[in-house]
Design a protein around this ligand. Structure first.
Ligand SMILES: *Cc1c(COP(=O)(O)O)cnc(C)c1O
Length: 450
């Protein structure tokens, strides 16, 4: 596919890519195949891969590969390009910033963008208490810093996390992450003082409500740790890599209440759920849960690497001066991108857009589940929707079928991702900029795959 857009046009209109699904070569095409050969020779085999095709351009709801195949994107680079790839506001802000300066280090010579992003985060995150923020490069780094802050604030060591949870791949966040393969296998020893509690998983819990499942976790914390020894409870309000598990109503509020009673810092890891993805700015809002700290990354900056911890000013300020930071944290180009991304989410009301996507996807997937009993569960919120595949009539995971369906979608030009502790969840994370006709076509392909 030839590129007819000059940079000026790009900045003015965003990538003007035809919003179509179109396969023009075998998959992978010859150019992707040649690049895959170079990749195999030069890139560590430890870095995984979903699709054997290389991207050339992306925008709206499509990714165009180097052979000119146009894919429907139901992954958003794992919940990152919520506003769409190369959104014009991001392109404009980044272009302007990159020409002014690229780096000074905020700890050495500060700049306004970092402060402006912090102001937006303090304003947009749940709760009307005084808040402050600190910026980092990746989600894992934000979670690590949330733990540092919670420990400094409480003077306690223990950190509570949950079954099926995912918090990153650094040493501390590997300890926080539940799943062994592929995240932890052969990478230990892991950081101490991390305790895993039962998670509410409605499809697998049987007839127990959220408050009841929370009471199992709470009694375990009481008996095994003692509430006053716990620095932080860290939870994804909807679990991402774990399989888009939406806890039963009442579960999150009960944990929030327990944290309040014992002076525990309640940390919502909204790295995957944040920034309009679930139909609210943050997924906590669906249950009116106000966290003490919130970690964000992925959707924050339209594709540039940026992450944050935001929370109660008194907690954020309990760290000694110089205790937080990093060379690149809150890089000026990433901050410029975030300001563009936040402006786009506001001006295009992307929370409403995510709810609209839910209103298309949920009924179609439910009706597909009626005729296909191997779909055991349809769940999620906004544009964060999944189906869990099982042996019909049971909860026995069918990861083999999940892989086959994903491959069948890939063969038809639809990018879908898998997830879940048992590898049996197909998850859908379309960019919120996807046009309805492409979303529906992607679902047609999925139905055809079944
Ligand atoms: C992706 C993710 C992380 C890790 O973010 P990275 O930027 O990959 O380090 C942490 N928590 C959640 C909930 C995530 O989805």
């Amino acid at each position: 596919m030839t590129d007819t857009l000059d940079p000026a046009t790009l900045a003015a209109t965003g990538p003007d890519i035809p919003q179509v699904r179109r396969l023009v070569t075998t998959i992978p095409g010859p150019r992707s195949q040649a690049l895959t050969d170079r990749r195999t020779a030069s890139v560590s085999a430890g870095v995984g891969g979903t699709l054997p095709v290389f991207a050339e351009r992306a925008g709206g709801g499509v990714i165009v590969d180097v052979d000119g195949n146009s894919w429907i994107d139901l992954g958003s680079g794992i919940a990152v390009t919520n506003i769409g790839n190369s959104h014009p506001f991001v392109v404009a802000n980044v272009t302007e910033q990159v020409a002014k300066f690229t780096h000074t280090c905020f700890m050495v010579t500060p700049y306004e963008g970092y402060v402006a992003v912090s102001e937006h985060l303090n304003d947009l995150t749940p709760g009307d208490h005084d808040k402050k923020s600190a910026l980092f490069n990746s989600g894992a780094e934000a979670v690590e810093n949330a733990v540092k802050i919670a420990r400094a604030h409480t003077g306690r060591a223990a950190v509570v996390v949950f079954e099926h949870g995912y918090h990153g791949r650094t040493n501390l966040t590997m300890a926080l992450t539940a799943k062994n393969m592929p995240y932890k296998q052969s990478f230990g020893p892991f950081a101490p003082e991390v305790y895993r509690m039962p998670m509410s998983y409605p499809f697998r819990d049987g007839p127990h409500d959220g408050a009841e499942v929370a009471s199992w976790a709470i009694s375990k914390m009481d008996k095994e740790l003692g509430g006053t020894n716990i620095a932080a409870i860290i939870i994804e309000p909807i679990q991402g890599e774990g399989g888009f598990i939406v806890p039963a109503p009442g579960y999150l509020p009960a944990l929030r209440e327990y944290a309040t009673q014992h002076g525990i810092v309640f940390v919502a890891d909204e790295i995957q759920t944040g920034f309009a993805r679930t139909g609210q700015w943050f997924a906590c809002e669906h249950e009116a849960v106000v966290p003490d700290l919130i970690t964000t990354a992925k959707g924050i900056a339209g594709g540039l690497p940026l992450a944050a911890v935001t929370g109660r000013a008194q907690i954020m300020d309990s760290v000694h001066v110089g205790g937080l930071g990093g060379t690149y944290g809150g890089n000026p180009i990433a901050c410029a991108a975030a300001l563009g991304a936040i402006e786009a989410m506001k001006s295009e009301d992307l929370c409403a857009r995510a709810r609209h996507i839910e209103s298309i996807m949920i009924p179609r997937l439910r009706s597909l589940a009626q005729s296909h009993p191997e779909i055991g569960d349809v769940r999620g919120r906004g544009a964060m929707i999944a189906i869990e595949l099982v042996q019909p009539g049971t909860t026995t995971p069918d990861s083999e079928l999940t892989q086959r369906i994903a491959k069948a979608c890939h063969a038809q030009g639809v990018l879908v991702l898998t997830a879940g502790t048992y590898g049996n969840v197909l998850r859908f994370l379309p960019p919120l900029s996807i046009p309805d006709h492409l979303l529906n076509e992607g679902l047609d392909v999925l139905e055809g795959a079944f």
